[in-house]
Ligand binder design. Sequence first.
Ligand code: GAL
Ligand code: CA
Length: 359
Amino acid sequence: MKDLFLKKPYVAIRKSSRHLLVLVCVLMLSVPALSGCTSQSAARPSDKIKVGVTIYDQYDTFLSQYMECFTKELEADEDVDVVVYNASQSQQTQNSQVKKMIEDGCDVICVNLVDRTDPSTVIDAAKKADVPIIFFNRELVEGDIGRWNRLFYVGADAAQSGILEGELAASTCLSDKSIDRNGDGKIQYIVLEGEAGHQDAIVRTEYSVDTLIKKGVEVDKLGYAIANWNRAQAQTKVTSFIENYGDGIELIMSNNDDMALGAIDAYEAAGILKSDWPAIFGIDGTSVGLEAVRDDKMTGTVYNDKEGQAQAMYRLAVTIARGGSIEELSDEFEITDGKYIRLSYEKITATNINKYLSR
Ligand code: GAL
Ligand code: CA
């Protein structure tokens, strides 16, 4: 029974016939497939394509909003069926899901790897069946993506997000002397890190701090905490930083918005006045993150272009499923090494927040 359950998609969408609201309801109710690879395989016309997707964790805020963008792309396309699986943070589960999608005749599979260092089973199965794979958001190492010419990656440049976050923090610290609350000429900071071993966590942490220093901010590191992209975990970690350092924390740089929001939750729960909070920065520009910038709780964030990435993944999936090549998309997207499409990040502060809130 357990095995059977793992093989069920958490949502399947038949294009244009389902509304986004249906997707949300299905997500909440965990109803099995409405349609999908299995149910469609016998009857589908030969030009109809089937796209399989598996994501590492359906409760990840950024990825669930990314998937909403992806399904919006598909709403306009009559000729595509999609099935989406949740791997629930298990690589083994994800491996079974990929095998199931291959058996069910998916023409292309989009994989948000659970363990970015362990894509072998997925690659071997896809190669054997000659089904192309688009990895997304959790980037595998170059040696692995080079193992076959029908492996691709859609994402963003992690270093750029760290640099932009560091620039945002630097310009705030340099222009607003009240950030240095104790007036010692240094900024006491903490970093909230995503998952250990995730490219975005490692690279964002390194580049955000390096950029801050390069821009001329004198810093004093109080500590860092790994909170796995997660709001509640970040709240717990920041609560203990507040217990240790009181109002001595002047800056919090978070690898994503959800953890920055967890820091905000910690300050609110501790009953600390907004005027005594540190400057807090995130990355993603999720809807909740944008609202926190609008409400002046988060000083700034960096836009992780989910619309652009979802559109690139959709366009690439449809193109290669129909036997085309990634190069056909070179007018629409920047393509690197015939394998990678990376979208740019953008800085968000109170001054340009409206542009993002209305997206
Ligand atoms: C990052 C994003 C995080 C989290 C992570 C999951 O790009 O900023 O919020 O979604 O991907 O892999
Ligand atoms: Ca200081």
